[in-house]
Ligand binder design. Structure first.
Ligand code: ADE
Ligand code: ZN
Length: 336
């Protein structure tokens, strides 16, 4: 019988919670810093890695936005995205839904077109050359104003064909989803699918708001939903997926250790849980390392692992025929 690690590596997977800026490995960060003459506060990639010790979400975001300063031109966004896709191919990711944070770049004078076109061209290459399908999701920074989010959405409309969805990320505490009701309504009217980070550090109330005022079809993280039984019942009954990121939750101290993670409770509650890497260059692992960490911590069976992989395709915005095809492949794998 296949060892469980190779079973994980061999499973076809969809990644649904991945910030492209969070895939910037220190080596590429240094290469781009040199190319673009941007000063970094570290002397080497190893020194940068040693600085990746976080006490909470904000302490991570400070470093993450600082790292993003090396991204200036469409070529930089292309190189960043292409490096991620090559890694995704190695990990047998078949479909990926990629977040990006335009406001982190436009605030530094980078045109939104350079950001979107650079990422899009790499995603299009990924589909053609690596067979990885993808969707691009524009995230609003929730610690900025609702008006700025609307301006950002409007500035992205000329690139409408390249962006499939909108999301909400950055510093959660004190920035409730309801602040963004108007821009999410507008995005839905424009035909974007909508998702939001909620219940990572913020309370269950933020998950309710994401559902009721933003109309999201998926919750990013959502681990704190477990504190509210009525909310868990709502997520279960409406089959709202949660894009859970185990290594991220440990690195950002949402849980003290992987053994304390509430993945088993979420699964016991019959929620549509998926496993994702969030910001893998900063959290020490891509999707397979996240799967391996929870398998080892909770002794998950191959059947449970295959359910998590199935969930990732069911929760995705993949075209129906492609979804069916890959689910059939997963059925065959689980039958072994
Ligand atoms: N931006 C990048 N990673 C994030 C996370 N885990 N939560 C909120 N915003 C983010
Ligand atoms: Zn995230």
């Amino acid at each position: 019988m296949k060892p469980v690690k190779s079973f994980i590596e061999g499973m076809p997977k969809a990644e649904l919670h991945l910030h492209i800026e969070g895939t910037l490995e220190p080596e590429l960060m240094f290469e781009l810093a040199l190319r673009n003459r941007v000063h970094l506060p570290f002397d080497s990639p190893d020194e940068a890695r040693r600085a990746y010790a976080f006490s909470d979400l904000q302490s991570f975001l400070d470093i993450y936005y600082q790292g993003s300063r090396v991204l200036l031109h469409d070529r930089d966004f292309f190189d960043l995205t292409w490096a991620y896709l090559r890694k995704a191919k190695e990990q047998n990711i078949r479909h990926t839904e990629v977040f990006f944070d335009p406001q982190a770049h436009t605030a530094r004078g980078v045109p939104i077109g350079a950001v979107i076109e650079g990422i899009h061209h790499a995603l299009a290459n990924g589909e053609r050359e690596l067979g990885i399908s993808s969707k691009l999701i524009l995230c609003f920074l929730r610690d900025l104003s609702a008006e700025h989010a609307i301006q950002t959405l409007e500035s992205a409309l000329p690139y409408r064909d390249y962006v499939a969805g909108v999301g909400l990320d950055s510093s959660e505490r004190g920035h409730p989803p309801e602040k963004f009701t108007k821009v999410f309504g507008r995005a839905r009217d424009e035909g974007f699918f909508v998702v939001a980070h909620a219940g990572e550090e913020g309370p269950p109330e933020y998950v309710w708001q994401a559902l009721d005022t933003l109309g999201v079809s998926r919750i990013d993280h959502g681990v704190r939903a477990i504190e509210d039984a009525a909310l868990v019942e709502r997520l279960r009954a409406e089959r709202v997926p949660l894009t859970v990121c185990p290594l991220s939750n440990v690195k950002l101290r949402v849980f003290d250790s992987i053994h304390q993670h509430n993945l088993p409770e979420l699964l016991d509650a019959d929620l549509i849980v998926t496993i994702n890497s969030d910001d893998p260059a900063y959290f020490g692992g891509y999707i397979n390392e996240n799967f391996i960490a929870v398998q080892e911590a909770f002794n998950l069976t191959k059947r449970e692992l295959a359910t998590l992989a199935r969930n990732s395709f069911e929760a995705s915005f993949l075209a129906e025929d492609q979804r069916r095809e890959v689910l059939r492949e997963l059925d065959d794998l689980s039958a072994l």
